[in-house]
Write a protein that binds this ligand. Structure first.
Ligand code: AMP
Length: 518
């Protein structure tokens, strides 16, 4: 029985020592190297007395981020990636919630980080890894370096002290009040999920993943940990390629990537430009999995037309339940207009669809999708209020304590018993694959002294974030002013000026009236 994901790494490094685990634009790392480097970081964390503590990782996306994640996990600490491109004020909000015990970074990035509200410790990757390389070199010839073995014994003790309900990571998502929420996930949830993924899609060491998801987004869990468990390889695809469909497909072909798990937005870009006519992937790609937002059949049908032999699967789920909780393996034809089901619950997961009276829906009645199971987050980090709102007692069980997670997603069952995603019940949106609370943008806009009232809506059809204001201000001006508060993907795509903000009977901004102006 495994209580820590890094036992997978031990086993895989023993089975495939020289096989590439992860690769980015600049380097590749074998399972042996990954294990050695992660353990060097872990030894350092343990030596500093850190156990079950938050470890922030502030690095450019690449192999080193994964080495750092594993270092935190090995030492029974938990990691939280901080995007280097995130505006400073948002980083500060995350730091306020997370209170990291240490920040893993490089000497160069430490300079950037020193501008933030953080007075704590750093762990510079180059220092620790230089030490690891020299120790490994000295250890060659069968002589274990004495200092290393003492440190490693302490590390092993720390790993054994940890249990499977200890946290593995905290991922921050958009929060409606402007403060990002830290979703906590433990080792057991990831072990359970990856067991399901690797069994369902029959992942082995022969497979290669093409990673698209940023490491601060939970879709990346599938690539990272399926690789760790099975000995497959993950290629971290350079971000710039996602704007160039032909080079992107050429990259998949060159690296012999046979499995991708992307957000639908990334798949749609490829389908729109019909890049398939230029690059034949029929002997390369085996599985196209996606999750994170609605996948329109219109674009999926383009993929299916060019690559009919590929296995396609629609996974659904929020960060709060460890990436995904339902799935649908595409097994029949769909017209362009039909919705693609999100399917059925994954193994060891129970889905409850509850109506407004908290009763299970009947027939095709819509209701809120709620989840029960090992995959559930332990709640939001240092945020008991938000945790209590979303993680509640199962209304169908009056007898024993049992939590369910209320996703806020409205779904229904179709006549085949498959779950169909319909809409959101609140102001959370998905824009180009990013989860955004419109309230977070509104909070940022309201910091402008020139603006009195503002409201953000999402124009689903045109995929645009639309900001309504009463003042005559240019979009470029507003976006420039708020660019230090919210990430680029949250900046409004359109600004509409209204004479007077419509107000409803409750005295709130009338979003229904504003919607008519879209
Ligand atoms: P995140 O926490 O970033 O993974 O976002 C979770 C939200 O994305 C869910 O609550 C849904 O609203 C949406 N979502 C995720 N997967 C799908 C899917 N396959 N189809 C439709 N919406 C999805």
């Amino acid at each position: 029985m495994k209580a820590n994901v890094t036992y997978w790494l031990d086993e895989t490094a023993a089975r495939f020592p020289d096989k590439t685990a992860y690769a980015d634009e600049k380097k590749e790392i074998t399972f042996t190297e990954l294990r050695a480097q992660a353990r060097a970081i872990a030894c350092e964390l343990t030596e500093r007395g850190l156990f079950k503590k938050p470890v922030a990782v502030f690095l450019e996306k690449g192999v080193e981020v994964l080495v750092s994640f594993m270092g935190a996990a090995y030492s029974s600490n938990f990691y939280s990636p901080i995007d280097v491109d995130m505006p400073g004020s948002r980083v500060n909000k995350i730091l306020e919630v997370l209170e990291p015990a240490v920040v893993i970074t490089t000497g160069a990035l430490r300079e950037v980080f020193s501008a933030y509200d953080y007075k704590g410790a750093f762990l510079l990757l180059e220092d620790v890894l230089a030490q690891e390389v020299s120790l490994t070199a000295e250890g060659e010839g069968g002589f274990a370096e004495p200092e290393l073995s003492a440190r490693e014994a302490a590390l092993e003790a720390a790993r054994k002290r940890g249990i499977d309900t200890d946290l593995l990571y905290v991922l921050f998502t958009s929060g409606s009040t402007g403060v990002p929420k830290g979703v906590t996930i433990n080792h057991r949830a990831v072990i359970d999920y990856i067991d399901w993924v690797t069994e369902t899609f029959e992942i082995t060491e022969k497979d290669s993943f093409g990673n698209q998801a940023p490491f601060y987004f939970d879709n990346s869990i599938l690539d990272i940990y399926s690789t760790l468990k099975t000995g497959a390889t993950t290629y971290i695809i350079p971000k710039t390629l996602f704007a160039q469909p032909v080079p992107l497909l050429e990259y998949l072909k060159e690296k012999k990537i046979n499995t991708i798990f992307w957000v639908p937005s990334a798949l749609i870009v490829v389908a729109k430009l019909k890049a398939f006519k230029n690059v034949d992937l029929s002997n390369t790609l085996r599985r196209v999995l996606f999750c994170g937002e609605v996948m329109p059949n219109k674009q999926l049908n383009v993929w299916r037309k060019f690559l009919p032999e590929v296995q396609y699967a629609n996974l659904y789920g929020p960060t709060e339940i460890t990436d995904a909780c339902t799935y649908y393996i595409v097994n029949r034809e769909f017209s362009d207009e039909e919705p693609l089901p999100i399917g059925y619950p994954m193994a060891n997961t129970d889905i409850l669809v509850l109506n407004e009276k908290n009763e299970p829906v009947t027939g095709e009645e819509p209701g809120e999708l709620c989840v029960r199971g090992t995959s559930l987050s332990m709640g939001y980090y240092r945020n008991p209020e938000k945790t209590k709102e979303a993680f509640v007692q199962n209304p169908l069980n009056q007898a024993a304590p049992e939590l369910i997670y209320r996703t806020g997603d409205i779904v229904k069952y179709n006549e085949r018993g498959e779950i169909i995603y319909l809409s959101r019940k609140d102001f959370q949106i998905k824009h180009m694959g990013h989860r955004i609370e419109l309230g977070e943008i509104e909070t940022a806009v309201s910091s402008l002294s020139e603006i009195s009232l503002n409201c953000c809506l999402y124009d689903e059809k045109r995929q645009k974030i639309v900001l309504f204001i009463e003042e005559e201000l240019e979009k470029a001006y507003i976006n420039e002013k708020i660019s230090h508060l919210v990430p680029e993907y949250m900046l409004p795509n359109k600004v509409i000026r209204v004479e007077k903000m419509p107000i409803n009977a409750n005295g709130k901004i009338d979003r229904v009236k504003l919607k008519e102006l879209l």
